[in-house]
Design a protein around this ligand. Structure first.
Ligand SMILES: C[S@@+](CC[C@H](N)C(=O)[O-])C[C@H]1O[C@@H](n2cnc3c(N)ncnc32)[C@H](O)[C@@H]1O
Length: 226
């Protein structure tokens, strides 16, 4: 099947900056609310084992990082990556409050991870990768940092039809978790292109309206070759 490369990919540096700024503003204001920001139950399918090194992309308030740190135990470690000032501050406060020693939040964009190759056992992410204007870079980074035999479990949204041209580079609509969505076929194609194997959909919603689009949520699993 021939699938167009991610049409949402923004090449214009200015739109990219605006998009990062909108995401930072939106999530900094949401960091102190209790509203749910997730698309699915990635963490519930992660099956983190003792001593594993874990990574959460778009870690938000850090809840899943804390859960992975607890499951991995003293011999394991959990990293959270997030770009938003407010989310990073909130998650760091949570780590301090619960006196967690085996977790940290790194402020970074997930398109270029400040982590070594072959250093992570499991990557999770919840409702974050849809925001990226360079999803191929994100998946290539996930592949790079995973250990051979490592796995990802990602909950995200996809669009049932390609997002209309007038919205796909709109920074606010991207920050609202819908205009950055690609179709299901494009999503799965990116995972294959990045090199993952044993790709499985673990859960999937019915389509629903979001912003000016129809989307669905799913949780996807994949592995890096041992
Ligand atoms: C919908 S929230 C989800 C937060 C958390 N995963 C949860 O389920 O509660 C998306 C998060 O991804 C972060 N984010 C969006 N784009 C990002 C990027 N390119 N790099 C790093 N973090 C990003 C946002 O700052 C926000 O905290």
């Amino acid at each position: 099947m021939l699938i167009e490369k991610n049409p949402n990919k923004t090449t214009d540096t200015n739109s990219l900056k605006l998009s990062v700024q909108s995401i930072n503003e939106r999530y900094t204001s949401l960091s102190e609310t209790s509203c749910c920001l997730s698309c699915g139950g990635a963490i519930n399918h992660a099956n983190v084992k003792l001593n594993e090194i874990c990574l959460d992309l778009g870690s938000g308030r850090g809840n899943d990082v804390l859960r992975m740190a607890e499951a991995a135990g003293e011999g394991g470690y959990a990293y959270g990556i997030d770009l938003s000032d407010g989310m990073v501050a909130k998650a760091r406060r949570n780590i301090e409050k619960f006196e967690i020693k085996n977790a940290e939040i790194i402020q970074s964009e997930m398109e270029k991870l400040p982590l070594s190759e072959n250093s992570i056992d499991i990557v999770i992410s919840n409702c974050t990768i849809n925001h990226s204007s360079n999803k191929e870079a994100v998946w290539s980074e996930v592949y790079r940092v995973l250990n051979p035999g490592g796995r990802f479990v990602v909950s995200d949204i996809y669009a049932t039809l390609p997002i209309a041209d007038e919205y796909r580079n709109d920074p606010e609509a991207i920050a609202e978790c819908w205009a950055g969505a690609v179709t299901r076929a494009e999503y799965l194609f990116m995972l294959e292109e990045a090199g993952f194997s044993n790709i499985k959909i673990l859960e999937e919603s019915e389509p629903y309206a979001k912003g000016k689009a129809e989307v669905a949520s799913f949780t996807v699993y994949g592995e890096k070759h041992p």
